[in-house]
Design a protein around this ligand. Sequence first.
Ligand code: 5GP
Length: 483
Amino acid sequence: MDNPDNSYSQAFKQIAKTANSSLPFKRVLTSIAKSTAKALKAAGCSIMLLNAQKEYLDIVAAHGLSDLYLRKGALNAHRSLPDILEGKVVAIFDVSQDKRAQYPEAAEMERISSILGAPLLQKTEVVGEVRIYTQEPRHFSQGDKDFLAAVANMLAITLEKTELYQLLEAEHRKKITKQRNLTEAPELPASSLRPSSFGHPSEEEFARLLDFYRIEWLYEPRSFPLAWQNSKVAEMFTPDFYLPELDLYIELTTIKQSLITEKNRKLRRLKQLHPEINIKLLNKNDYLRLLAKYGYGPLGETKVQGIDRVLFSHTQIERQTKALAERISHDYVGHQLVLVGILKGVICFMADLMQHISLPLTLDFMAISYYGSNAEPAVKITKDLDTTIAGLDVLMVEDIVDTGMTLNYVLDHLRSHKPASLHVCTLLDKRVRRLVDVSLDYIGFEIPDEFVVGYGLDYHGEYRNLPFIGALNPELVQEGRGK
Ligand code: 5GP
């Protein structure tokens, strides 16, 4: 380090001592933020953690920053200093001119000119960031950068020791396993940004409903200044929720007219200042209607009747389907594919999957029916393929593989037509129930032994139109088969 008076090594000694102290975790972080800002002669310092999906940076401790600045909003990790995600130390000389700065107005009000950020690295994985802010424009020296990187390392070690980190690590591990074999249930929505309490019971109820449908949400993620007096903010507006999947801010309200009028005024002002922002003022009936509009639950009912819990939201299915389609496109490059499905359960999955496969392909469908007893079930083909598959690369697309008997039968049938290759892609794999050993090449999700409906899957012909996959209450299900 090139600091002549050795103040960096003194400061670092102090930081290491704090990190190793028995102070409560939050105090340790705040104290490190303070020492870091002081050593670097910066106006402020913040320590941020990435959420499990690596989409948002959430401030967990800070020093020298106003409440207003801290509440400016969660930072989108990809837009904000993307180099941090690659493990690099990043310097911004002029926040007002740099496209990477996400809230330049908030920075201007805080009189921030320059930012220096260093990644919190766990081995090679970025879990957060430590950032300092200066009021005077500053070209950071290599010594400044080395010092902040050293603090970041110390913070990463401290985090590893904490319960908070253990929670994060569990989520990260889950995500990594999922990326490797694509069979783990997806993580819960935006959980690391959960508030410890809500401002109003209706907000908590709304959050629970969003959780039920596994819709990602952020609580009070951003404050918007609405009015200024002598260059100071005189009025602010903080919407209750942000739903990243819908790019929608939501402000909840009761039916009390005086509150609605006031909130409507703020919303109008916000829309004048930020026409690009999508925001809705909702009371309870409105938000049930909104969920219904996006396909979540029939109008007027909080939850879909008979569904115990949602296993996979539409967004989660969409992401996994895309990932499967990308793998298929990669594996079959240079080939012409024939996708074969069995009606009717596969319709949603087939329709979405094929749109993301970037290869020339054709489609064909079969239909089957079941006969025999529960003890000795048997399958027969009621509609065969319309086209010939001899010499072609066939990918059998399935909605769900349960005992494997249906798939086994259909694969035997397809093999008799002598395709050049025959592989299987299934959205759901209920592996615990397998009776026949069939090999699956592409798997969306592995699921437990539960009867599921939605996204094409039915119960007595119903539920196919739900945009998500949910577990049906077993009491409603006597026997479950329904192509
Ligand atoms: P398998 O022959 O592998 O036991 O399952 C064949 C068919 O049973 C599936 O293609 C599907 O139509 C139906 N099935 C199995 N499990 C479920 C389930 O959890 N939900 C629904 N809706 N159908 C299922």
